[in-house]
Design a protein around this ligand. Structure first.
Ligand code: ZN
Length: 425
């Protein structure tokens, strides 16, 4: 609430300033055309004020001075303001107001500048280091230097003074960051200088580039958790943990179990996880003929589709991970690849959540595919530690298909994938 109040307060102040600025220029002509690049040429003397006031109010100059007993009104000064409001990507709102305050008591006009950028999704006011990567400040300042030089060649003598504070007043615009240099920040006599730093030059130094759709999100290490032999009552426990962590996984289900937990599978898919087959009844594929292998794969896929409403990925996990040439050939003919793994805590044998947790955390790397079984309570319990810890360590929990597609491009039929660090075969 407090943040939102700040946002609207800034809007309010801006509107007031604009209204004040326009009220201070009766007729709208005497101050409208100020040239910000050379403010000194527009410093008005008290005499000019008086003359202008008379002309616009329709009195003769002489009448004014004919009644000295009234006294000269105190000079209220004049405010010349410009403003820029930019609203980008339906999300970021930037306000800039700048100009001069002229008064007979000061020799030069006083520069005035206000700026703010808000993330309207959160109501947060952003400061420069929410917008620019501090680590890349040198790059940003050298872009600023180039932009200033291109705009104002006379600024050269001042550029050795360039520093982070010169970026204080900026707005997020459509094609770049617009930076306004005020006479109080950049100590020169050139007045206000408004330049733009294009996003394509800023590249990664512009921290909001991903949100604005200018860049792909940076790759974070990926892990695919895969759960075999379900669905069971433990599958939902695991889904709860994935949901809380914003993660996804791959469930390699047995055909004959599918109809026992249809809601679980639908929920898994809705949470972004994927369901693939792991045979109909866990038969060892290497002991089956081609027709039987084919039937185990397609019958299971069809059963998955009947529940979730669309065809699952063309990927299968062979029971026991066992495959011979015949299994590869049948898979290829059907357009399927085989999903193996790179980390195996043998959770079917090691029924200790802590043990499973330490085993995984010791071996997990970017691109790991981890073999687990959602038929054991100890495995589900291990996930209470494993899932949040992986997120804490910077991993994103993705499906096996996502991981493979990210690292290999397309998933090829007839190949077996066991994680990114290992070549498929
Ligand atoms: Zn299995």
């Amino acid at each position: 609430m407090v943040r939102n109040r700040k946002f609207w307060l800034a809007m309010f102040v801006l509107v007031i300033l604009v209204v004040v600025a326009s009220c201070e220029s009766p007729g709208g002509t005497s101050h409208a055309g100020i040239d910000l690049m050379s403010p000194s040429s527009h410093v008005e003397t008290p005499q000019e004020y008086e003359t202008n006031d008379y002309e616009t109010s329709g009195y003769e100059a002489g009448e004014y001075y004919a009644e000295p007993e009234i006294g000269l009104p105190p000079d209220p000064g004049k405010l010349d303001l410009q403003s820029d409001v930019v609203f980008v990507a339906g999300r970021y709102a930037g306000f800039l107001t700048w100009g001069y305050f002229h008064h007979s008591s000061v020799e030069r006009p006083v520069a005035f500048i206000e700026s703010s950028v808000f993330d309207t999704n959160t109501g947060d006011a952003l400061d420069i280091y929410d917008i620019i990567d501090y680590e890349m400040l040198d790059k940003v300042l050298s872009l600023l230097e180039m932009a200033i030089l291109a705009h104002v060649p006379e600024a050269t003598p001042y550029l050795n003074m360039i520093e982070a504070s010169w970026l204080t007043h900026l707005v997020i615009d459509y094609n770049g960051l617009r930076v306004l240099l005020a006479p109080d920040i950049a100590p020169w006599d050139l007045g206000f200088v408004y330049v733009e730093l294009p996003y394509e030059d800023l590249d990664e130094a512009f921290l909001l580039g991903v949100e604005l759709g200018l860049r792909e999100p940076p790759h974070r290490p990926m892990v695919a958790l895969t759960f075999d032999d379900g669905p069971t009552i433990y599958t939902d426990m695991i889904l709860d943990l994935l949901e809380a962590a914003g993660g996804r996984a791959t469930f390699c289900v047995l055909g004959y179990r599918i109809q026992r937990h249809p809601d679980t599978l639908i929920r898994a898919v809705e949470l972004g996880s994927e369901i693939i087959g792991h045979s109909w009844d866990h038969s060892d594929f290497t002991r089956l003929n081609a027709n039987a292998i084919s039937s185990q794969i397609t019958r299971t896929s069809d059963a998955i589709e009947a529940v979730i409403g669309f065809a699952p990925p063309l990927m299968h996990r062979a029971p026991f991970g066992l495959a011979n040439d015949r299994v590869f050939d049948v898979s290829q003919d059907l357009g399927y690849s085989l999903l193996h793994w790179s980390v195996d805590p043998q959770d079917w044998r090691n029924r200790c959540p802590d043990w499973i947790y330490y085993y995984i955390m010791k071996r997990v790397v970017d691109g790991s595919i981890i073999l687990l079984h959602d038929i054991h309570t100890t495995t589900a319990e291990a996930m209470i530690q494993v899932i949040p810890r992986l997120i804490e360590e910077g991993f994103q929990l993705v499906t096996a298909s996502e991981l493979i597609e990210y690292h290999y491009g397309e998933i090829e039929p007839g190949l077996r994938y066991q994680g990114f660090r290992n070549a498929p075969w």
